[in-house]
Design a protein around this ligand. Structure first.
Ligand code: ZN
Length: 451
């Protein structure tokens, strides 16, 4: 592989270099941008200007000096006084409001200028150009109607790439989504794991003609090994992961053809990995919490923003030729988990992998009630009869779950559900009982994705 399929040439242009950067040039760019961002934030943002824990000398001589500055947290995005934004509200091309379960209770407000939106469209265009060719039909399995939403920006990026974007009817049923795929026969698709999982399994079990899709971009949530396999087996997909959240301007890090980590959007984001408990930086290769500093967001600079997501950094050059650093071992923060009396825990990854290993399951919703014993309710949407006993058997086949069932620490309630009222686009999540909606209150610290 060569550098042709990478974002490096684009990154070089965005860094005003005119050529694909060397690693040293990326480091210089980052240090320059960080110093500029810090100076601008202190001058223009009331929140940063009034922080008492800010060091008197905030000039960075090295990237490591950034660790002297205090963290910013999701709650800080909800503050009205002092506000974190550095430009007047009239300069916002889009404001995204995301409910949080943080201590302030105020929703996060995320501010995008026209330039931020333009940067994301450009990133989507260049990123998709490493995965699909002009002229290809690319199905977009995100809501696309809201201007400035992730689906809208992806559609606009694909249009600039001269691809043919196809907005799937994700506000309807999964059958409508599958029908749209059969009608348009796209060669690529982008969406969340829940959406793509339901579509691939439905299309394989409804008796209709098989679909062939070469490329799947999976975003906004981590994908389970069983779904990755299903996309490869049933549609013939090469699966590419993307990580991002509203706070990153949607685009954050993208896999390449080497499938050995996700290259960080280092033109616009500085990523640190810290120990989630101590807040101290960890060594490259060690998993910890992703902490972000935005490098180009004038309206709402985020400095050392704690995302709650986990990953490790691989700084080595990639086989694809890119010098952009990579994120590995990504894990979302908000999915929730059950802690059993034995001390073992069950999270949505484990449950998801077990449930989908049962033939015929298209979608499910998991709700946990604290114990002991913990009650785990699974509502299963199935395209084949007798899925419930298969799911029960699949769960009981996992050593941890079998032990918890035998010890009386866990009770499973499994039922078939129609599922029609569930949003097709949602994150995988272990819900608490009484959650008003499948995307309702987050069980742990918030940092919402793609609202
Ligand atoms: Zn690569």
């Amino acid at each position: 592989m060569t550098g042709a399929g990478t974002l490096d040439a684009w990154a070089g242009r965005r860094m005003a270099l005119g050529h694909a950067p060397s690693r040293a040039e990326v480091e210089t760019y980052r240090l320059d941008r960080l110093n500029a961002v810090i100076a601008e934030a202190r001058a223009r943002s009331p929140f940063y200007r009034s922080r008492r824990d800010w060091p008197a000398d905030d000039r960075l001589a090295t990237l490591a000096d950034l660790g002297r500055l205090p963290f910013t947290c999701p709650d800080d995005l909800g503050r009205a006084d002092p506000t974190l934004t550095a430009l007047p509200l009239r300069d916002a091309a889009r404001l995204v409001t995301i409910p949080t379960s943080g201590t302030s209770g105020a929703p996060k407000r995320i501010f995008f200028t026209e330039a931020d939106i333009e940067a994301t469209i450009d990133y989507f265009r260049r990123g998709m150009a490493t995965l699909v060719r002009p002229g290809e039909t690319v199905a977009v399995a995100f809501p696309t109607r809201t201007p400035g939403s992730v689906g809208d920006l992806l559609m606009r990026g694909l249009t600039r790439l001269d691809a043919e974007p196809l907005a799937l009817p994700v506000d309807g049923t999964i059958d409508a989504v599958v029908a749209a795929l059969r009608a348009a026969r796209p060669t690529a698709i982008a969406g969340m794991p829940v959406t793509l999982g339901a579509a691939v399994r439905r299309s394989a079990s409804d008796g209709g003609s098989p679909l062939r899709i070469e490329t799947a971009l999976v975003s906004a949530d981590t994908i389970s090994p069983s779904l990755r396999l299903a996309l490869a087996d049933l549609w013939g997909c090469e699966v590419f992961d993307h990580w991002g959240m509203t706070e990153t301007g949607y685009g954050g890090a993208l896999a390449c053809h080497a499938h050995d980590g996700l290259h960080i959007r280092e033109t616009d984001l500085h990523v640190e990995i810290v120990d989630p408990l101590t807040g101290r930086p960890v060594l490259d290769g060690t998993t910890g919490e992703i902490v972000l500093t935005t490098l180009t967001r004038a309206g709402q600079p985020l400095i050392r923003y704690r995302t709650g997501d986990l990953a490790a950094i691989d700084p080595r050059p990639c086989r694809c030729g890119s010098v952009l650093r990579r994120l590995k071992n990504l894990k979302g923060h908000a999915a929730g988990k059950i802690v059993l009396r034995s001390g073992h825990s069950l999270d949505i990854d484990i449950i998801d992998d077990a449930v989908f290993s049962a033939a015929g399951v298209i979608d499910f919703m998991a709700t946990a009630t604290a114990g002991p014993p913990v009650r785990l309710r699974l509502d299963i949407v199935a395209g084949a009869p007798s899925a419930v006993p298969k799911v029960r058997a699949a769960l009981a086949g996992r050593t941890d779950i079998a032990a918890a069932l035998a010890a009386g620490d866990l009770v499973l309630d499994i039922a078939e559900a129609a599922g029609a009222a569930w949003p097709i686009c949602r994150k995988r999540r272990l819900r608490a009982p009484g959650s008003p909606s499948p995307d309702g209150p987050e069980p742990t610290r918030p940092a919402a994705l793609y609202s």
